[in-house]
Design a protein around this ligand. Structure first.
Ligand SMILES: *[C@@H]1O[C@H](CO)[C@@H](O)[C@H](O)[C@H]1NC(C)=O
Ligand SMILES: *[C@@H]1O[C@H](CO)[C@@H](O)[C@H](O)[C@H]1NC(C)=O
Ligand SMILES: *[C@@H]1O[C@H](CO)[C@@H](O)[C@H](O)[C@H]1NC(C)=O
Ligand SMILES: *[C@@H]1O[C@H](CO)[C@@H](O)[C@H](O)[C@H]1NC(C)=O
Ligand SMILES: *[C@@H]1O[C@H](CO)[C@@H](O)[C@H](O)[C@H]1NC(C)=O
Ligand SMILES: *[C@@H]1O[C@H](CO)[C@@H](O)[C@H](O)[C@H]1NC(C)=O
Ligand SMILES: *[C@@H]1O[C@H](CO)[C@@H](O)[C@H](O)[C@H]1NC(C)=O
Ligand SMILES: *[C@@H]1O[C@H](CO)[C@@H](O)[C@H](O)[C@H]1NC(C)=O
Length: 500
């Protein structure tokens, strides 16, 4: 009897794979996103898109019929909870696929853990530069264009218009730090292009900054690139206008990727006595946003998702359009399905996370809103637009430049005006004490503002910060005085030497 048992087992083992490939395969998908609907990528926002993707796949004849997805949603909030949910959830059985998280500090530990467990992770977020380092995040695929991809728009413009130096201004909330990571991308790209870069980190109190003080620092620069709240941008533009920096000798940009409804037509308008000045000032402000494409199928998708959202009682009236995260997670499921089908044809299965991940990289497929191209490093190429005021009377905006990441080319739109992007010569001006001030890493006399020196010193590899997340959280909860922030930055300087 005893010697028959191994034999029986052997037969079973031979039979199993045959049965497997013929029948459906269960794929456990863990979706880790915030529950809080104040995020553009909350569970309730994204779930209808994922359901839609699954429904569409079922209707494609046969191709995906062998896949049976089981979805589990976990609330990540925006921090370490994401990791805890993953670990708790995986005690009995690990998921086969992870979708999300979006927030940088949530995504970092999850993506690292998943690499260790050989589970593919696909996110429409995790946009910070540090995630490009796929030695550490080997199983992470990003289906939304990262900040580095966005920054290529700038390096291409610097080339084309022959600009030589940049001043970066970013608002650092010390929490999710979206603007910090956004301009970190710009910095990392421009520094490889021989562009001289200065940077200023603003910690606003009640959305107020000393914009006159800021203006003094940018006299020497040509191109000013900002990422901050709409009110701060307006303050800075007003101050620039007062000091006549909007005369063509400076070029201003702000970056608004996900909330572009707050820019464009009427963004200068507040109904206060500064509206007229603001309109004039904004005539020199260009806004970089994601280039949105639509195709007929998208309408159907958009309708279905909105219907589900209404049913769930979610009002996101400010963003009438389906956003890039919702779209991205739809495409993420599709991308995974294509990869797993190929992997199965190759005789492997869902447990081979590394091979599945490889099949998702370096390919182009048709997403819900248009073609999606993932580069050989597993990051999506991005398309971006530059919006500018085209009518100075009415203050209306239009897209003037499109940038296509996949071939690095521009499309100049009908309302593009070359003069606007050409720096006008400056009269020689004596520089008072400002220059010395902007070189120092010193603390400004102005409360609430810390002067960063080079971003190179301040913004280092983002993944270091992820490791220090705990610490940052502590920092945030303790007093917000300048000394604390300085200490944080010194940490990052140390890290550059220790990790390099
Ligand atoms: C959701 O997030 C917003 C903004 O961060 C916060 O004010 C609110 O308290 C959160 N709601 C819940 C239920 O946590
Ligand atoms: C988008 O911009 C509007 C207007 O500035 C603002 O009220 C809203 O809070 C922003 N939404 C997000 C998610 O940042
Ligand atoms: C601004 O308004 C004009 C005219 O109403 C419209 O053609 C244009 O598309 C709008 N631009 C943006 C960015 O909303
Ligand atoms: C097919 O599977 C083999 C063995 O698992 C692997 O070495 C090979 O790279 C796979 N081919 C592709 C195209 O992924
Ligand atoms: C999946 O493949 C691995 C190795 O390639 C194998 O050990 C495992 O039994 C397979 N699992 C299933 C469910 O077929
Ligand atoms: C990406 O795919 C193309 C063909 O589609 C191939 O020629 C190229 O070698 C691939 N690149 C990498 C890094 O795998
Ligand atoms: C670059 O790609 C875009 C989008 O795919 C396309 O419309 C454009 O014609 C391409 N440009 C060049 C110069 O190949
Ligand atoms: C614009 O203003 C700046 C600062 O006041 C000055 O240096 C520059 O020469 C002016 N440019 C022109 C074209 O007037």
């Amino acid at each position: 009897m005893i010697c028959v048992l191994p034999y029986l087992l052997y037969i079973l083992l031979i039979m199993l794979p045959v049965n497997e490939s013929a029948s459906t395969e269960d794929i456990d998908v863990l979706i880790i996103l915030p529950k809080n609907n104040s995020y553009h990528f909350s569970i309730s926002m994204v779930a209808p898109a994922i359901d839609y993707a699954q429904k569409k796949m079922k209707s494609v004849n046969g191709l995906y019929s062998g896949l049976n997805f089981n979805f589990h949603y976990e609330n990540s909030n925006c921090g370490d909870e994401a990791l805890f949910r993953l670990v708790d959830r995986s005690c009995q059985k690990k998921p086969d696929l992870i979708l999300g998280p979006v927030c940088e500090y949530a995504a970092a530990p999850v993506a690292r853990m998943a690499s260790h467990w050989n589970i593919p992770v696909i996110s429409a977020g995790a946009l910070a530069s540090g995630f490009s380092y796929k030695k550490e995040y080997s199983h992470l695929t990003r289906v939304a264009p990262s900040y580095l991809k966005m920054a290529e728009t700038f390096s291409a413009m610097f080339h084309r218009f022959n600009w030589k130096n940049a001043f970066l201004i970013y608002e650092d909330d010390m929490d999710q730090r979206n603007c910090y990571f956004t301009l970190e991308g710009v910095h990392n790209i421009l520094k490889t292009e021989n562009v001289h870069i200065d940077a200023l980190n603003i910690h606003s109190k009640d959305n107020k900054v000393d914009s006159d003080e800021i203006i003094k620092l940018i006299y020497d620069s040509e191109v000013i690139i900002m990422c901050a709240g709409a009110d701060i941008i307006r303050d800075i533009m007003l101050a620039a206008h007062r000091r006549r920096l909007t005369n063509g000798s400076y070029i201003f940009f702000n970056i608004e990727l996900f909330n572009s409804s707050s820019y464009g037509n009427g963004s200068w308008k507040r109904g206060d006595k500064f509206d007229m000045d603001a309109k004039q000032a904004y005539a020199t402000l260009n806004t970089v946003t994601l280039l949105r494409t639509v195709k007929p199928e998208f309408e159907d998708f958009s309708m279905e998702v909105k219907k589900s959202l209404q049913k769930a009682g979610i009002r996101h009236c400010d963003s009438d359009n389906i956003n890039v995260f919702v779209e991205g997670f739809h495409d993420a499921l599709l991308l995974y399905a294509m990869a797993i089908v190929e992997v199965k044809q190759n005789g492997s299965n869902k447990t081979d996370g590394a091979q599945i991940t490889q099949h998702m990289w370096n390919r182009t497929f048709e997403g819900i809103a248009g073609p999606v191209s993932i580069d050989a490093n597993g990051d999506r190429y991005g398309d971006f637009s530059v919006m500018a005021m085209v009518d100075h009377e009415t203050g209306t905006y239009e897209d003037v430049i499109n940038y296509f990441g996949i071939n690095g080319s521009f499309q100049m739109l009908p309302r593009f005006n070359n003069d606007r992007f050409t720096l006008r010569a400056r009269h020689q001006m004596s520089m008072p004490d400002y220059s010395t001030k902007s070189c120092g890493l010193g603390v400004s006399a102005v409360t609430g503002i810390t002067f960063g020196a080079l971003l190179g010193a301040a913004l280092l590899m983002a993944f270091y910060f992820f490791r220090k997340n705990y610490r940052i959280t502590i920092e945030r909860r303790t007093s917000r005085d300048i000394g604390k922030h300085r200490q944080l930055r010194e940490d990052s300087i140390q890290s550059s030497f220790s990790t390099a």
